[in-house]
Write a protein that binds this ligand. Structure first.
Ligand code: UD1
Ligand code: CA
Length: 457
């Protein structure tokens, strides 16, 4: 159901302190642009309208975040947060409350925002505030003797008394929409920065007899902003700690919750164990009893129950069935589909191939564009020669085949069921079922041959 709500995300700041070509709101947090986090939360609120006020590199931002429900509003000159919100006025929906978010404050939780919106639904101006031990840099919440909020004073405009206040403005607020146009129109830029401060609407509300109220986030990290790479890194760690805590609560064994990186979604079954230094990106699903060894990288992978991924394996866009043993040092590339009880060992690369039940590719092999049947043993150093320099071709290895070590299978080629290929063969034609096929030179010995000697000086 749609809420009676407009959301505006202020994101026109350039982010010079990032010292990057990439606009601040596109800097990645947990593998996604900063702004994408806030937009995802905003979207979860199901607002009537969702506006983003952008400034710098608008085309790039719009393109990278393509979200059909977002209305993009340009603020050509950054004249302050009040001015920014004013630019969005014509694009707002008819929500009775307007929620203001910051593009560089990515982790505000949905529950916190709902609380803020609920306060504003009663007709009050609702601020998200928090007491900080180190309030430096933030706008301070000034209350009167009875504790009622009177105004917000920016750090730069504050006297010593005001600076000593520890309750700060997080910047996030929910405003009854009916007052917006009037209050924004009355803002003046008579301050240190010569900007139109959104925060000045607080004093206007008080003057108009509108209640100003505040609520607090459940966690301090919800309001943490990102201005430079150090803050970005700090927030990344916080995000990862949150994910690790959630996984631990779900019963996942993390050998060290501080050494886990999830850049996307990770879903785990029962009794999953993850060793240190693993990176999960895209959508990863680990079935019951799966173990992932140290320093594995998994991207868009599904791993079936009981499978074990040994250290230093790299799995990308592939499907691993149940009871597999993968790695160490395995590389599963896009389109690798391993059925049940498959073994893939060290320095083996598999791409766009199906490997049947109980088959083994244990050492130093490349299997590409292939269909491998059941109970096949692919010997060490076997290579499917799938590429002729122009086109890719398929290799078919049927059930119960034994491929001797060091074999080259020159595709397109088929090895029929139960065939045995002698080690060191270069197979270019179909190998018949149940027979031994060899394609290598006969061994010969040259009797009495002498090694060359070094010429005397
Ligand atoms: C603002 C608040 C301050 C609060 C702090 C919290 C004002 C005047 N001050 O200060 O009380 O403690 O945030 O972090 O609002 N932006 C625009 N257009 C502009 C200016 C800013 O879109 O012209 C956007 C920025 O991209 C950013 C947000 O608004 O997402 C806040 O801007 P910023 O310059 O960081 O505000 P502060 O001075 O830190
Ligand atoms: Ca800021």
């Amino acid at each position: 159901m749609q809420q009676d709500l407009n959301v505006v995300v202020l994101a026109a700041g350039r982010g010079t302190r990032m010292r990057s070509q990439l606009p601040k709101v596109l800097q990645p947090l947990a593998g996604r642009p900063l702004l994408a986090h806030g937009l995802a939360t905003a979207r979860a609120l199901a607002p009537r309208s969702l506006c983003v006020v952008y400034g710098y590199a608008g085309d790039m931002v719009k393109q990278r975040l393509s979200m059909p429900e977002v209305t993009w509003v340009e603020q050509a000159e950054q004249l302050g947060t009040g001015h920014a919100l004013q630019q969005a006025l014509p694009c707002l929906g008819n929500g009775s409350v307007t929620l203001v978010l910051y593009g560089d404050v990515p982790l505000a939780q949905e529950s916190t925002l709902r609380q803020l919106v609920a306060l504003a639904s009663t007709g009050a101006l609702a601020l998200l505030t928090i007491e900080l031990a180190q309030p430096t840099g933030y706008g301070r919440i000034v209350r009167n003797a009875s504790g009622t909020i009177e105004r917000i004073v920016e750090e730069r405009d504050a006297d010593e008394m005001t600076r000593s206040l520890r309750e700060i403005n997080t910047g996030l607020m929910a405003i009854p929409s009916c007052y917006l146009a009037d209050w924004l129109g009355r803002l003046r830029n008579h301050n240190q920065q010569g900007e139109y401060y959104l925060t000045d609407i607080v004093a206007l509300a008080v003057a108009d007899g509108v209640t100003v109220t505040a609520c607090q986030p459940a966690h301090e990290w919800e309001i943490m902003g990102v201005n430079d790479k150090a803050q970005l890194a700090a927030l990344e760690r916080q995000y990862q700690r949150n994910i690790a805590s959630r996984l631990l609560v779900q019963g996942v064994t993390l050998l060290d919750p501080a050494r886990l990186d999830v850049r996307g979604s990770l879903r785990c079954g029962c009794d999953v164990t993850i060793d240190v230094g693993c990176v999960f990106s895209g959508t990863v699903v680990l079935g019951d009893g799966v173990t992932v060894g140290a320093h594995c990288v998994l991207e868009d992978v599904e791993v079936g129950a009981g499978s074990q991924i040994a250290p230093f394996s790299h799995l990308q866009q592939c499907l691993v069935g149940t009871d597999n043993r993968i790695g160490p040092f395995a590389r599963l590339r896009p389109g690798a589909v391993l059925n049940t009880a498959v073994h893939v060992g060290n320095f083996v690369e598999i791409k766009n191939s199906v490997i049947g039940d109980e088959s083994k590719v244990n050492h130093l092999s490349y299997v590409g564009d292939s269909a491998v049947g059941k109970r096949v043993n692919v010997g060490a150093g076997t290579i499917t020669c799938n590429y002729d320099g122009a086109n890719k071709h398929r290799t078919v290895i049927e059930d119960d085949v034994f491929v001797g070590s060091g074999t080259e299978l020159v595709a397109p080629v088929t090895v029929k069921a139960g065939a045995t290929i002698g080690a060191g063969s270069t197979i270019t034609r179909e190998a018949p079922a149940g027979e031994l096929t060899l394609a290598r030179e006969r061994q010969k010995t040259i009797l009495g041959w002498k090694r060359p000697q070094k010429r005397g000086k």
